[in-house]
Design a protein around this ligand. Structure first.
Ligand code: AMP
Length: 298
């Protein structure tokens, strides 16, 4: 099998991109350390697009000074094997000086108020850094569609807002969270977990499942059921557990019926983990794979 084409510089990207059909290029943006979650995004993109570009870029702009940029797993050769296997046309794997030739950019995309809550509260500036690079990579790859995981729910909300608010000519497609057989959401950061951390980390998906199972009873029952599971494990240091509106990220009131996002963040050992599940609240309710608006994108 021929190994996937890799572009490291803007010039290489330009040249390789010129060989692809202009009207139909999907991009999957990643920070590397690829797993089956990333592979699923690639396969989904492949199903409906002539060409798939994967970006592998560990974006320093979205890491805080005390975060895990230096220890983030780097598995480039294995990443290329996954991309080759999945039939990716082109991998763009730049270094920070290629993306930020003048150093940290003075002008950035602001996530606004939605970037200050939940993950944004724990990670100030994270979403501005994320949106800035996503915007740049949309321009550089000249993609027509971009695939993102439901796993990073707030990221997805903000990218949709950016595309709408700033008129990016890109279709954003959401892909359901891919999990291990025992329920743990796949994440590059799972490699930080020790065997016992990993057992403890299952509490997050178990809490979400318990919350979703109470969906017919309304918001406070959902929150109560999820919290009851979370507090049973003292080694899970919860940051937040919320049931929020999927677009505004506001807590849903008790009378709310419809689709909501049940999201959790917690520290297990030295690792900060996030997970979420879309939930239909009310009669016939329960966990959803993905929000119904996102299903239309498919
Ligand atoms: P990352 O490399 O962690 O920045 O993730 C790159 C893309 O893959 C993002 O759109 C993530 O939401 C998505 N992703 C990561 N983990 C999963 C997962 N377990 N299931 C679905 N998508 C995922």
């Amino acid at each position: 099998m021929t190994v996937v084409t890799v572009a490291r510089t803007r010039e290489e990207l330009c040249e390789a991109r010129a060989a692809l059909d202009d009207g139909d290029v999907a991009v999957v943006m990643t920070m590397g350390a690829l797993h089956d979650g990333h592979a699923t995004l690639i396969h989904r993109a492949r199903q409906t697009h002539a060409h798939v570009v994967v970006t592998i870029f560990l974006n320093p702009l979205q890491f805080g000074p005390k975060e895990d940029l230096s220890r983030y797993p780097r598995t480039f050769d294995a990443d290329l094997a996954i991309c080759t296997e999945a039939g990716v046309d082109l991998v763009f794997a730049p270094t920070p000086d290629v993306i930020y030739p003048d150093g940290d950019p003075g002008v950035r995309i602001s996530a606004g108020p939605l970037g200050d809550v939940l993950e944004g509260q724990a990670r100030p500036g994270h979403f501005d850094g994320m949106l800035t690079v996503v915007g740049k990579l949309m321009h550089l790859t000249r993609c027509t569609s971009a695939y993102f995981g439901q796993k990073d729910a707030q990221q997805l909300v903000l990218i949709r807002r950016m595309v709408r608010d700033l008129d990016f000519p890109v279709r954003v497609v959401a892909v359901p969270t891919v999990r291990e057989a025992d329920g743990l959401a796949m994440s590059s950061r799972n490699t930080y977990l020790t065997q016992s951390d990993r057992e403890i980390a299952l509490t997050l998906s178990a809490a979400l499942a318990a919350g979703a199972a109470a969906a017919t009873e309304g918001p406070s029952a959902i929150r109560r059921a999820a919290r009851a599971v979370l507090v049973r494990e003292p080694l899970v240091l919860a940051d937040y557990l919320v049931l929020v509106h999927p677009e505004t990220l506001d807590d849903v009131p008790e009378w709310f019926r419809g689709e909501a996002l049940l999201a959790v963040a917690a520290r297990v050992g030295t690792t900060r983990l996030i997970d979420n599940v879309p939930v239909l609240v009310g009669p016939g309710g329960g966990a959803l794979e993905i929000f119904s608006a996102d299903r239309l994108d498919g």
